[in-house]
Write a protein that binds this ligand. Sequence first.
Ligand code: ZN
Length: 367
Amino acid sequence: MLFACGSSDDIELVAIGSNTKPPITLESSPTSKAKNIILLIGDGMGPNQVALARFATGGPDHRLSFENFPITGIVYNHSADSLYTDSAASATTWTTGVKTKNRYLAIDAEKKFLPTIPELLSTKGYKSGLVATSSITHATPAAFYAHIDSRYKEKEIAEMLIDSDIDIALGGGQEFFDAPSEDSPFVIYDKTLLDSSLLNSKEQVIGLFAEDGLDRRLGTPTQLEMTQVALTFLEKKSQNCNGFFLMSEGSQIDWAGHDNNVKYMLVEFADFDATVQAATNFAVANQDTLILVTADHATGGLVLQRPKGSKIPAQWTTGSHDLSPINIYAYGPGAELFSGVMDNTEIFDRILQALDYENLDSADCSN
Ligand SMILES: [Zn+2]
């Protein structure tokens, strides 16, 4: 035999869930221009991760929160130097509109500085926030504020966060930060301080709830909890501004894929889905908010096979990322821009188009 794959050891039987939530209709926004953007990233969330989460939660008639969004598209995601992208190159495309090499953050393949969406928007009267369940210096969040030739230089990336335009950043990564000094942002390490009544009075907030990535078994905050606090903070801070930008990442959907661990993936996915639902509730109440849900790449080469009774055989075929295209789901003003097949660099272009960036007045929003 020339190659071997699919030994039954790699196959996990996953029960079909019964918590079925049928599709609901989300009305299109009456406005055409977006004020706020919420970008929700499921790192490593390929189409089959979405399918497995749907089956395992509520079966074939179930819809995950973002599967009710009116607009969907397909995203191609190769990097500048490979058909195989990593999170750094992929996130750089959303924040700058330019393809770069794997490992690079917000610089191009020739190492030229590229301004990011939070940097562009900070001159237009915007507030920005980041949430991740990895360290906040990990590749995806770092691409929004760091300009560096290796995602692994996390101590330097941490310094770049302190000096950045990011108003609130919540995740893990204590080990990469020096102890706060007098002119540092307000830094919290304890989940009990993740409290809007405390944080909303601060100028710039960094929350570091683990040495590196968050471990929910140790009671670290969930993506949902951090995202709700960040949303409340940004909404309050941007009252006299033009709007806000928030990126929130379910970072460990990817780690579960690298580990080939279905149970881990489904737990991370449930938190991500709840986070998207909370963001959707915000957008339903605030019709000027555009929500985008997408991934950087798929991880694990996940294959779902013909069911055995009420169980689905789920097979991982690699411990790395795979080359599957990924989906994008959009709801809110400008959502229709995200229909069809697109390259990941076009997500950046279309976000700026949804905001009518060209015609936004320059404004300072330090209040
Ligand atoms: Zn990965």
